[in-house]
Ligand binder design. Structure first.
Ligand SMILES: Nc1nc2c(ncn2[C@@H]2O[C@H](COP(=O)(O)OP(=O)(O)OP(=O)(O)O)[C@@H](O)[C@H]2O)c(=O)[nH]1
Ligand SMILES: [Mg+2]
Length: 305
C-alpha cells in the first residue's frame, strides 16, 4: 500500500445491457483476460474487479452483468442486483451501448443511472462495425439529449479504438487517495473463480444457440504441486445443468464437445496460471438450481457481494 499524498485511487463501474462489450472493454484496458466474453448475451454473471495501477493512479474497474428486463428466475435477479449495486460508491461510471442500437434495456440502464451521484461517460462501442459512418454523428447528438453525460465517446473495445482517450479521462476522475490494493494485484477474484469462469466461457462459446443458460461450473479440486519440470495444477470442475437433454448437449457425440471444451479451457488456464494444468470435467444434472436462492448461494452466487 502506498501512503503518498500525491496518489489517486477510485472505482469505475462498467455498466450496460447484455452483450454490448463491457467485459471486452475491461480486458482491453487491463491488457489481459480477466472477465469472460462471448457473443451470447448474459455471459458475465458476477461483479469482477480489474485493478490497474500506473503512474501513482490506481483505477479499480468493476465489470458487471448486463442489466436485463427478464427477471423470472433467481439467477436473473441475482445478476441484475450485482449490476445495480455497482452503481453506488463509485467515482465514475462508463455506460456502454452498442453502436446505433438503442433499445428498452438501454433505457432501463439509463433510468438506473439517473440516481447515480457520480459522472457518467457514455461509451458507444463496436464503432468498427458501423458501415455508414455518417450515421454516427446524428446518433451521438440524440444520445446527448438523453442525459447530462460527462462525455460521449465512440470506441471499439475489441480493436482498441479511442480506449487510451477513454482511460485518460477516467484517470482524471479518480480522487486523491491512498491505493486500496497492492500495485501488482489485478483482480479481487480467486484462481478457483477464474478457473470456473474459463470453463463456463468455453461452454458459452461452443454451444452457440443450443446453449443452456441454465448451466454453471463448480470447482471441486484445485491442487498445486511442484514437479521437477515445473508447477502442476490439478483442477476438477463440475458442470451443472438443469436437464438431462442439456447434459447430452454439453457432452456431445462420444464426448467430443466436452473434450474440446476441456482442451480450450486448459490452454487458457495454463496461460493464466503459468503452470501445467490437468483438467478433469464432469457434467451433472441438478434440476432447478438456477431458480433456487439456496442452491445459488452454495454455488457461489452470493447476494452479499
Ligand atoms: N466488432 C466488435 N465486436 C465487439 C466489440 N466489443 C465487443 N465485441 C463482441 O461483442 C460480444 C459481446 O462482448 P462481451 O464483452 O462479452 O459483452 P458484455 O457486455 O460483457 O456482455 P454480458 O456479459 O453478457 O453482459 C463478443 O462477441 C465480443 O467479441 C467491438 O468493439 N467490436
Ligand atoms: Mg460481460
Amino acid at each position: 500500500m502506498q501512503n503518498n499524498d500525491d496518489t489517486r485511487c477510485g472505482y469505475v463501474a462498467i455498466v450496460g445491457r447484455p452483450n454490448v462489450g463491457k467485459s471486452t472493454l475491461l480486458n482491453h484496458i487491463l491488457g489481459q483476460k480477466l472477465s469472460i466474453t462471448s457473443r451470447r448475451p448474459q455471459t458475465t454473471r458476477h461483479q469482477v474487479l480489474g485493478i490497474k495501477t500506473e503512474d501513482g493512479i490506481q483505477t479499480i474497474y468493476v465489470d458487471t452483468p448486463g442489466m436485463h428486463k427478464e427477471q423470472k428466475k433467481a439467477i436473473n435477479r441475482y445478476m441484475n442486483r450485482a449490476a445495480t449495486s455497482a452503481l453506488t460508491g463509485v467515482d465514475a461510471i462508463v455506460f456502454v451501448v452498442d453502436r446505433l442500437k438503442w433499445n428498452h434495456e438501454d433505457q432501463l440502464v439509463l433510468d438506473k443511472l439517473q440516481h447515480a451521484s457520480c459522472p457518467v461517460i457514455l461509451a458507444v462501442n463496436k464503432v468498427d462495425r458501423i458501415e455508414d459512418k455518417a450515421e454516427l454523428m446524428p446518433h451521438l447528438q440524440e444520445l446527448a439529449d438523453k442525459h447530462d453525460f460527462k462525455a460521449i465517446m465512440p470506441i471499439s473495445a475489441q480493436h482498441g479504438h479511442n480506449l487510451k482517450e477513454l482511460e485518460t479521462m477516467i484517470e482524471g476522475m479518480m480522487p486523491e487517495s491512498i491505493h486500496f490494493y497492492p500495485e501488482d494485484q489485478v483482480t479481487d477474484r480467486s484462481s478457483r473463480f477464474m478457473a470456473a469462469e474459463l470453463v463456463r466461457e468455453k461452454i458459452m462459446r461452443q454451444l452457440g444457440d443450443e446453449l443452456p443458460y441454465e448451466m454453471t461450473v463448480e470447482i471441486e479440486e484445485f491442487k498445486h504441486e511442484m514437479r521437477p519440470k515445473g508447477p502442476l495444477l490439478t483442477i476438477s470442475a463440475l458442470i451443472l445443468v438443469e436437464r438431462q437433454g442439456q447434459k447430452a448437449i454439453v457432452i456431445g457425440d462420444k464426448g467430443a464437445r466436452l473434450k474440446t471444451i476441456g482442451q480450450e479451457a486448459r490452454k487458457d488456464m495454463e496461460h493464466m496460471f503459468d503452470a501445467k494444468v490437468m483438467l478433469n470435467l464432469w457434467v451433472k444434472v441438478k434440476g432447478g438450481w438456477s431458480d433456487d436462492d439456496r442452491a445459488l448461494k452454495s454455488l457461489g452466487y452470493d447476494y452479499s457481494k
